[in-house]
Write a protein that binds this ligand. Structure first.
Ligand SMILES: C[S@@+](CC[C@H](N)C(=O)[O-])C[C@H]1O[C@@H](n2cnc3c(N)ncnc32)[C@H](O)[C@@H]1O
Length: 237
């Protein structure tokens, strides 16, 4: 089945509207659904990005900005742009930046991964968390990431994945009905049913690394976390 035939993929506009709708409670829902584990996953993701030298970094589908702030926590001397089509998510990210008084270091812009408004060879590193799965044309998004990375720059993508192990899948299936329930309690409605459907629909990690390779990334690898329910993909331009 081709990407465009899969019925859990929704249009960019539907995606934006959905995230705008759930923005207010997104962080709380995230913590609850991941049972607090998302913080550790973000730490590991930015650990692979290694933003240790002074440079410029981009977070694609930044949402409420948690990966941007994790970069800041791990490295003092960087400039970071976070992009996302969902204005309400970005508003929360901007509030956090204001509270942390990092407005001169980070900027949050409305933009789409498929058409980045940046010059080629701009960034030392790109990161993206739980966004790639939502993108309709993923190969095109990877081509855009490749374009705006500087030669030698690193791409690191954190994504929820459907576990391969049968026993873990059983646990996952038992946990699954709780997610839309948590979403409903937090006013998220159908968004959290979509979340679970889209994870099951997302390609196997090996297919994702093939896509990185097809976009021209080298040294491509993935690291499975939490029994294969999450993966960190990485590659170099
Ligand atoms: C599940 S949230 C993840 C937010 C944040 N990265 C995090 O780790 O919590 C997915 C985000 O991807 C954004 N998104 C969806 N499609 C996108 C696209 N085509 N380009 C950029 N961002 C997109 C959504 O608006 C949403 O804010």
């Amino acid at each position: 089945m081709s990407e465009s035939e899969r019925d859990t993929l929704i249009s960019a506009e539907e995606n934006r509207d959905m995230f705008d709708r759930i923005a207010k409670n997104y962080d709380v829902a995230n913590r609850a659904i991941s049972m607090g584990m998302d913080k550790g996953w973000r730490r590991k993701t930015i650990g692979l990005l290694k933003p240790f030298r002074a440079g410029r970094y981009l977070d694609i589908g930044t949402g409420t900005g948690d990966l941007v702030f994790e970069i800041l926590d791990q490295s003092g001397n960087v400039l970071i742009d976070g992009i996302d089509p969902a204005e309400q998510m970005l508003e929360i990210a901007r509030d956090k930046a204001e509270k942390r008084q990092v407005g001169d270091t980070v900027s949050f812009l409305v933009a789409d991964a498929l058409d980045l408004p940046m010059e080629s060879d701009t960034y030392d590193g790109i990161v993206s968390g739980f966004c790639f799965r939502n993108i309709e044309r993923r190969q095109k998004a990877l081509a855009e990431m490749m374009r705006v990375l500087k030669p030698g720059g690193m791409l690191v993508i954190l994504e929820a994945t459907y576990p391969a192990n049968a026993l873990v899948r059983l646990g996952y299936k038992l946990y699954r009905p709780l997610v839309p329930l948590i979403g409903k309690l937090l006013g998220g409605g159908s968004a959290y049913k979509y979340l679970m459907d889209s994870i099951e629909d997302f390609p196997r990690p090996e297919t994702v690394t093939d896509m990185f390779g097809a976009a021209g990334f080298s040294g491509v690898q993935y690291k499975s976390l939490t029994f294969g329910t999450v993966c960190i993909f990485s590659g170099k331009k």
